[in-house]
Design a protein around this ligand. Structure first.
Ligand SMILES: C[S@@+](CC[C@H](N)C(=O)[O-])C[C@H]1O[C@@H](n2cnc3c(N)ncnc32)[C@H](O)[C@@H]1O
Length: 455
């Protein structure tokens, strides 16, 4: 691996003051000149420089494995993404790429199968047609009606055990009132109130706040949470979300967020203008997007008697497999090396091998369907490696080969040592994504014969 771009003198050489477009265009050309066959180490944080922590609505809501915004920023500012291009992120999560694209003047389109992610992404990228005091007044009205009212929204059964009796009862009343209120305000305001409810419910649960997936805390400060705590919490959260949402410029280009499954062609757009796909796809089994947002999903009405298991069905990288998924054959994978990897894992742990097999089969389907439907001019893929039963799986390389197979030519490949995108549970330390991302950039060449013939 070449680490030229990380050497401090090299990084200093990439001017960092004004003229970002010229600077980043030169940086991109310099990285490309090193050749796509070498893996160059680079720090996008250094290339872009520090960005304000409170920029626009980026910090509106926490979400597991959020992308470092410096990566899309760099590509948007380097000319790699044309001024008229639509940016497509089929695994948009909380909307980091979408917001960056829109702030950079591009229309954007996102897909995510997790309804909590889709809600966060939409709130983050939709201008609020109201001032903060109006939103605070709505929140106060909700709280007053919840205190006086009897109507209750009862979420899926598994939720109750995460709350004190008083907090649960108030949340049920607040949820019912918020739902009625949402029918009388416009969509951006309704979405903000729903997100505030979800956050309040999370904040008052007895889960351990240091662990992304719900794990019970033996001595939680919320064990005795009162209904007053919940009401005050809702007012506080709504006010904070409104502050951040009010920072979204009113003239932001259109961002469309779709709750959908990237494996299905209908979820993908067919933009009339050229498009660029920028995405950080789900990791293998160490990333539990649905479980980590299961309490919020339940309060928002997305859970059923099986909790969030039904939602998990459309989540790539899921850990719970049904019988037919467990029985899937490695022959479904088109790549010999990948098949061998899965067979090696299977010798140590057949269930984990099945999880990975399903992960790669699903990613293969999503990339094939999506790239054939949207045919973006350029694809920017951000992905890492995974450790599975002690073996290092180069997930990024396997996904990159799937993109190439759809008629794309590699233009750039760099590695960034990024911290903080893991979503581990205590139990699965043996199955973790590494603290580095590989960023691939591809250009469309032509559709391979198999695609042209519709195979
Ligand atoms: C690495 S995260 C993306 C994080 C995002 N870049 C951000 O900054 O928040 C991957 C996302 O893929 C989503 N995902 C998993 N399976 C999916 C599917 N079948 N279709 C669409 N999205 C899916 C997960 O819900 C998760 O939000």
């Amino acid at each position: 691996m070449s680490d030229l771009a990380l050497a401090p003198e090299r990084v200093q050489g990439l001017h960092r003051s004004d003229g970002r477009l010229e600077r980043h265009t030169a940086d991109l050309a310099r990285l490309e000149s090193l050749g796509a066959s070498t893996m160059t180490a680079v720090s996008f944080r250094d290339l872009v420089g520090s960005l304000p922590a409170d920029e626009s609505s980026h910090s509106l809501y926490p979400y597991p494995a959020r992308l470092v915004r410096h990566i899309p920023r760099f590509f948007l500012e380097s000319g790699a993404i044309g001024r008229d291009a639509t940016v497509v992120d089929p695994f948009c999560g909380s909307g980091t790429v979408l917001l960056e694209a829109a702030l950079g003047g591009r229309q954007a389109y996102g897909i995510d199968s997790n309804p909590v992610a889709a809600l966060i992404a939409e709130v983050k990228t939709t201008p609020l047609n109201a001032e903060k005091p109006e939103i605070e007044a709505l929140a106060r009205a909700c709280v007053e009606r919840a205190a006086a009212g009897r109507r209750k929204y009862e979420p899926s059964l598994f939720v109750e055990k995460w709350y004190s009796r008083a907090a649960y009862s108030m949340l049920c009343r607040l949820a019912a009132v918020v739902e009625v209120m949402c029918q009388n305000v416009d969509r951006p305001q309704a979405n903000l109130l729903r997100l505030a409810l979800a956050r309040t419910a999370l904040d008052h649960s007895i889960r351990d706040p240091r662990i992304p997936v719900p794990v019970r805390l033996a001595e939680s400060p919320n064990t005795n949470a009162t209904s007053d705590d919940v009401r005050r919490g809702f007012l506080r959260v709504t006010s904070r979300l409104a502050t951040l949402a009010c920072r979204i410029p009113n003239d932001l280009p259109t961002v469309e967020v779709r709750l959908g499954d990237a494996r299905t062609a209908a979820s993908w757009p067919c933009p009339e203008t050229p498009s660029v796909m920028v995405t950080s796809p789900p990791y293998g089994a160490a990333q539990k997007y649905v479980r980590s947002t299961s309490l919020e999903a339940a309060w928002l009405g997305y859970a059923d008697a099986r909790g969030t298991r039904t939602l998990e069905r459309s989540s790539i990288g899921r850990e719970h497999l049904d019988e037919s998924e467990r029985a899937r054959s490695a022959d479904l994978l088109k790549d010999d090396e990948l098949r061998e990897n899965v067979e090696d894992i299977s010798e140590v742990d057949p269930y984990r091998a099945a999880i990975y097999l399903n992960y790669f089969v699903d990613m293969q389907a999503a990339l094939r369907v999506g790239l054939q439907t949207s045919r973006p001019e350029t694809v920017i893929l951000v992905c890492g490696t995974n450790r599975v039963v002690g073996m290092e799986i180069e997930t990024h390389r396997h996904l990159a080969r799937m993109v190439s197979a759809q008629g794309y030519k590699l233009r750039l490949k760099v590695r960034d040592e990024i911290r903080g995108r893991t979503l581990l549970t205590v139990r699965h330390r043996g199955s973790q994504p590494a603290h580095a991302e590989v960023i691939y950039m591809f250009d469309k060449v032509c559709a391979p014969a198999s695609i042209r013939s519709g195979a």
